[in-house]
Design a binder for this molecule. Structure first.
Ligand code: COA
Length: 170
C-alpha cells in the first residue's frame, strides 16, 4: 500500500517480500552504528520486520515504511512513526535509516519532511519526537532541517540520547 510520494521516493508499507533488501540495510554496521543492538543477522532482520514493523501496522495503523527510489525501484531505506516510551511517557517517534550507499543525497530529509506533514494531517498526535545519540551528527542535521528542536537529554535503554521534538502548530 502506497502511503505517499515525494519527488524521488515512493513511501509504502513493507511486506515480507522486502526481507532480503531490508536485511542488507539492517546488517550494515555503518547503518546500525547508533542502534541499540548493532548490525542484525538475516534472521534478526526478518524478526524485526515481522514484530516491529508489520505488527505495528496492525496495532496502530502506521509504522516504519519502505522508501523506494522511483528511479531504480529499489529499497533505499525506511522511515515512519513508531510508538516509544520515553521517561514513562508514550510518544510517537519518526524513525529513519538510509542505506549507506545513498547517504548525503537528501533522502532522509525528503522522507522525514513528507512523513511529518502526513502524520500531522492524518493522525491526532500533537507532537513527534526523534531520539538521537549526541554523536550522530547526520541524524541531528536531518532532525534540525525538518524542524525538530532539542527538547531534553535523557537516557533511553541505558543510552544517553537527545530528545528532539516538533509540535503540530510550530
Ligand atoms: C542519519 C541518516 C538517516 C541521514 O540520511 P541521509 O539521507 O544521508 O540524510 P540527508 O542527506 O537528508 O542529510 C544528511 C545531513 O548530514 C550531513 N552529514 C553527512 N555526513 C556527515 C558527517 N559525517 N558529519 C556531519 N554531518 C554530516 C549532510 O551534509 C546533511 O546535512 P546538510 O544538508 O546540512 O549538508 C543516515 O546517515 C543513516 O541512515 N544513518 C544510520 C541510521 C541512523 O543513525 N538513523 C537515525 C537514528 S536517530
Amino acid at each position: 500500500m502506497t502511503i505517499l510520494e515525494t519527488p524521488r521516493l515512493e513511501i509504502r508499507e513493507f511486506s515480507e517480500k522486502d526481507s532480503d533488501e531490508l536485511a542488507l540495510i539492517l546488517g550494515d554496521p555503518k547503518v546500525m552504528e547508533y542502534s541499540l543492538k548493532g548490525p542484525l543477522s538475516r534472521e534478526e532482520a526478518l524478526k524485526q520486520l515481522r514484530q516491529r514493523i508489520l505488527q505495528h501496522y496492525v496495532d496502530r495503523g502506521y509504522g516504519l515504511w519502505a522508501l523506494i527510489s522511483k528511479e531504480t525501484k529499489k529499497l533505499i531505506g525506511m522511515a515512519g512513526p513508531i510508538v516509544q516510551t520515553v521517561d514513562g511517557e508514550e510518544c510517537v517517534e519518526i524513525g529513519y535509516r538510509i542505506a549507506s550507499s545513498e547517504w548525503g543525497k537528501g533522502y532522509a530529509t525528503e522522507a522525514v519532511a513528507a512523513i511529518r506533514d502526513y502524520v500531522f494531517s492524518r493522525f491526532s498526535m500533537d507532537k513527534l519526537i526523534a531520539i538521537i545519540d549526541p554523536n550522530n551528527t547526520q541524524s541531528i542535521r536531518v532532525a534540525e532541517k525538518t524542524g525538530f528542536k532539542l527538547a531534553k537529554m535523557t537516557t533511553f535503554f541505558d543510552f544517553d540520547v537527545g530528545i528532539y521534538e516538533i509540535r503540530r502548530f510550530s
